[in-house]
Ligand binder design. Structure first.
Ligand SMILES: [Mg+2]
Length: 351
């Protein structure tokens, strides 16, 4: 089947729950939607929302790049999956936003054209996994209130954003532990807000933390090498680990036992899989994270994640707070556990 047309939209989407992390507060987001329309009417969906702070360009810039490129794909045969993917990979080396949106749309259209789910196509080996859900930087009482709310909806893995002031961070986690004990598992994201000494102090003075994302600044990633081995076991590289080249670099030595892969950092399923394979070869566990994103790209990440045996952590709550989305479906979410729908492609439908 031939790619007949491509539609690209830049949408402004409000968040139902604005949030604060170590470096900013967010109340609405921009998201690119790409529809690849085949000559039999089949539509492949792609989407992206990149963080300029992490990848150096924003979603509006990606949108312009994506528009400029669409005529290059129109007229191509969707069955030529590998060459279509290569074309996108080579076009958008420095633009993970355009790359991810096109990459996901090509996979969705291709899988639909052969009537297979993306999960089957990638070879899903993990049926389902729990995702964490995130609480931003808040006062202790508000934090506990929000965790209670997530707990009643069935979530058991809670990610807490820290990185403000280390003593208050320790106090927040201590209070949460006192309140919830083993009822929940706690993940931390310090978003570069700590020093190495803060990180060690935090680990010495808190208990039962499953992992810590990006404790220190990207500029000081090398300092992670100084952490004791038992701390490295729970360190996840996030902002430091954007590209395949980063994955190669940070797997040469023990910077941390976990890589946080986001399709919105590396640029889609193909790039995500390259990083995941580097991690697999180097005995590094995988966490799959996200930005505030459509169900489209979250489903793409979920299916990619579940096709790797070293995937240990899902953090794919990015579509839950969008006030509106282009599609529904993609995955089941029950009691915090995510499972892809067994339908062609991503399994999403226009709302
Ligand atoms: Mg993070």
């Amino acid at each position: 089947m031939i790619i007949d047309n491509i539609e690209i939209e830049l949408a402004d989407i409000k968040l139902t729950r604005p949030y604060t992390i170590a470096y900013k507060t967010t109340s609405s987001i921009k998201n690119i939607f790409i529809k690849i329309i085949l000559n039999d009417g089949t539509v492949g969906f792609g989407s992206s929302n990149v963080s300029k702070y992490v990848v150096g360009l924003d979603t509006t810039e990606s949108y312009k790049n994506a528009l400029d490129f669409k005529n290059e794909l129109i007229g191509r045969d969707i069955s030529h999956l590998v060459s279509n993917i290569d074309k996108v990979e080579n076009q958008f080396i420095n633009d993970p936003g355009s790359k991810a949106a096109y990459n996901i749309a090509i996979y969705d259209a291709f899988c639909k054209s052969i009537n297979i789910s993306l999960g089957s196509f990638l070879g899903r080996i993990i049926p389902e996994l729990p995702t964490s859900i995130t609480v931003g930087i808040k006062e202790i009482a508000e934090t506990i209130e929000e965790i209670n709310e997530y707990y009643s909806s069935g979530f058991r893995y809670i990610k807490i954003k820290l990185g403000d002031k280390i003593d208050y961070d320790i106090e927040r986690i201590t209070k949460i532990n006192e309140k919830f004990g083993s009822q929940i598992k706690i993940r931390i994201d310090a978003n570069q807000g700590w020093s190495i000494d803060d990180t060690i102090k935090f680990c010495n003075e808190t208990a039962d933390v499953e992992l810590i994302e990006q404790p220190i600044s990207v500029d000081n990633t090398k300092q992670l090498l100084k952490l004791p081995d038992n701390v490295k076991e729970i360190i996840a590289l996030d902002e430091s680990l954007v590209s395949y080249e980063d994955a190669i670099k940070y797997s040469q030595n023990n910077y941390g036992k976990i890589f946080n892969i986001k399709l919105m950092k590396c640029g889609g399923i193909t790039s995500g899989r390259k990083i995941a394979n580097v991690a697999l070869l180097n005995d590094i566990d995988l966490m799959w994270g996200c930005n505030d994103e459509s169900i489209i790209s979250i489903s793409a990440a979920l299916n990619t994640a579940l096709s790797f045996s070293n995937t240990k952590y899902l953090d794919l709550d990015g579509s839950l707070d969008l006030a509106k989305d282009l599609v529904s479906g993609g995955f089941y979410l029950k009691n915090g556990i995510m499972k892809p729908l067994d339908k062609p492609g991503l399994g999403v439908d226009l709302v």
